[in-house]
Design a protein around this ligand. Sequence first.
Ligand code: SF4
Ligand code: SF4
Length: 357
Amino acid sequence: MQETKKHKNDNKFLETKKEKNQPVPWGKRNWVQLGVFLATIGIGIQFFIYVHQSSGDGVIIVPRPPGVEGFLPIGALMGWKLFLQTGMWDPVHPAAMVIFGFACLLSIALRKSFCGWFCPVGTLSEWLWKFGDRFFGKNYQLPAWMDFPLRALKYLLLGFFVWAVFSMESLSILSFLQSPYYKISDVKMLHFFTRMSTLAMVVLILLGLASIIIRNFWCRYLCPYGALLGLLAIFSPTRIQRSPENCISCRRCSQICPYHLPVDEKLGIISPECNGCMDCTAVCPADNALELKTKGTGKYVWNTAKMSIVIIGLFAGLVFTARMTGHWQSSVTAQEFRIRLQTIDSPGVSHPAVRFR
Ligand code: SF4
Ligand code: SF4
């Protein structure tokens, strides 16, 4: 009787090791990831065409996509510091601030779900390790003595960027955000890909290979953006919660977790690594044993449908509000952009020196 109450399905579900290691089937989270990934590719192509048209004398038909600023997180961090100190919203790359704010807000509300559901780099990283899992039959896990210090790397990188930005005076930030370099920094970023150096290409290939072999190599060890979101997520009232009364100690949750978290041993997961993917809840065979819940909301349990709606709804709502209130479109006109593009390779448009306190 007890067995029947606890198991969602019959016991055959747990019978073989092979079945235990079955991946979680394609679900709503993967659709959200695919949608955002394709939208990012579309934005990249649109921006490439815009830059190409702006380089010539002809009519510019394709508008500049503000979403490209999602790849300027350091500028966004500076923009937010300036905004919090002076109330001034960066008019050069305002969308960068909106997207950065969305990622931070989401992490505080729903764990590091920006990484697990939205970030196109996280999605690519996940596809690579899943490919490796299929191709080699498994992913490799670094021994604890290597894993732990390597995980500190992303926090060190984050610490450096936060120190650099927060030790800058407001005036210095303002002058950086209005510099010729920052006004065209989105094109500098595009050139990273279109004029890639041999060294950058080798590093990217090595990162890709490492990501095939080791789960979430970039996100787990190197991404300072994810490190910041993980630290914010520690304060999130939403977390994976395990009920020891209903748990049957099958360990499927820990085996499937892409971050190797000991889900089956904890009552709640507060780790900054948890990206709210909900793969653990998807494979849990016991009723009400493992759920994503928000503290203070009674018995409210999240599922992937609710997560999809809230994540997409929040992003769409923020972008819509920003557009309507003039906090989304860059103040750099197409004409100014065209003029600045002509001097992009001159020494005057290199990264400006910044003054720290
Ligand atoms: S604990 Fe669960 S929700 Fe968090 S990363 Fe691991 S599998 Fe995903
Ligand atoms: S919480 Fe984890 S160990 Fe417990 S029943 Fe669910 S999958 Fe198995």
